[in-house]
Design a protein around this ligand. Structure first.
Ligand code: FE
Ligand code: FE
Ligand code: ZN
Length: 201
């Protein structure tokens, strides 16, 4: 017999994100601590504060719904955090590490963006405008965090990481000024991921 309702699916997905945010409250300080760029570090610390607020907002949402918030572990976030942790365990040049931290943090943000986009739509479908608004605000916070990370990567870190040679010494690369002088780098300059053949050792 099929007993699962749309409401149960919605509550389950909400619990998934509640678990995800709680995992992030523990993981973000580790990423921030491992970051060398002051800009990156403060972006991660800012998002930690935002994340703590999201945990509270989700708790309020569960209260309104009359359901408990706990009961699920977000394995998706667990996996993303594990990958980030294995990066931190590596002995990398500071700029390369920072580029990797951004890669990891952006995977987190994109998982969240996908999830809150769905949750907002679910709340709208259910006619729950109050919850839909809260979920929309959280969604916007995740998008802002993602954009901030992209900007930090494109304005400094990726170019620096790309100039680290096999001995960990920086070498000149003629496109660096280009990147530094154009903070809102147009999409054709976008380097997908933070990958570069020169980064690997
Ligand atoms: Fe979040
Ligand atoms: Fe999940
Ligand atoms: Zn986030």
């Amino acid at each position: 017999m099929r007993t699962d309702t749309f409401e149960k699916l919605y509550v389950d997905e909400l619990r998934d994100m509640y678990s995800a945010e709680k995992q992030l409250v523990k993981a973000l300080p580790k990423l921030a601590k491992a970051a060398t760029s002051p800009e990156l570090r403060s972006a991660l610390e800012d998002h930690l504060d935002v994340t703590k607020g999201q945990v509270e907002r989700l708790e309020g949402l569960f209260k309104d719904l009359g359901h408990s918030a706990s009961g699920k572990t977000c394995k998706g976030m667990q996996g993303i955090i594990e990958e980030g942790q294995s990066l931190l365990d590596k002995d990398l040049d500071e700029d390369v590490m920072d580029a990797g931290i951004i890669a990891s943090a952006q995977k987190v943000e994109h998982y969240e963006i996908a999830s809150y986009g769905t949750l907002r739509a679910f709340a709208e479908t259910r006619g729950d405008r109050k919850s839909a608004e809260i979920l929309d605000e959280i969604l916007r916070q995740e998008k802002d965090a993602d954009k901030a990370l992209t900007r930090i990567a494109q304005t400094s870190i990726n170019a620096s990481a790309d100039r680290v040679d096999v001995d960990g010494e920086a070498f000149e690369d003629d496109d660096d000024e280009d990147v530094v002088e154009r903070p809102s780098a147009p999409s054709q300059r976008h380097r997908p991921g933070n990958g570069s053949s020169r980064v690997s050792r």
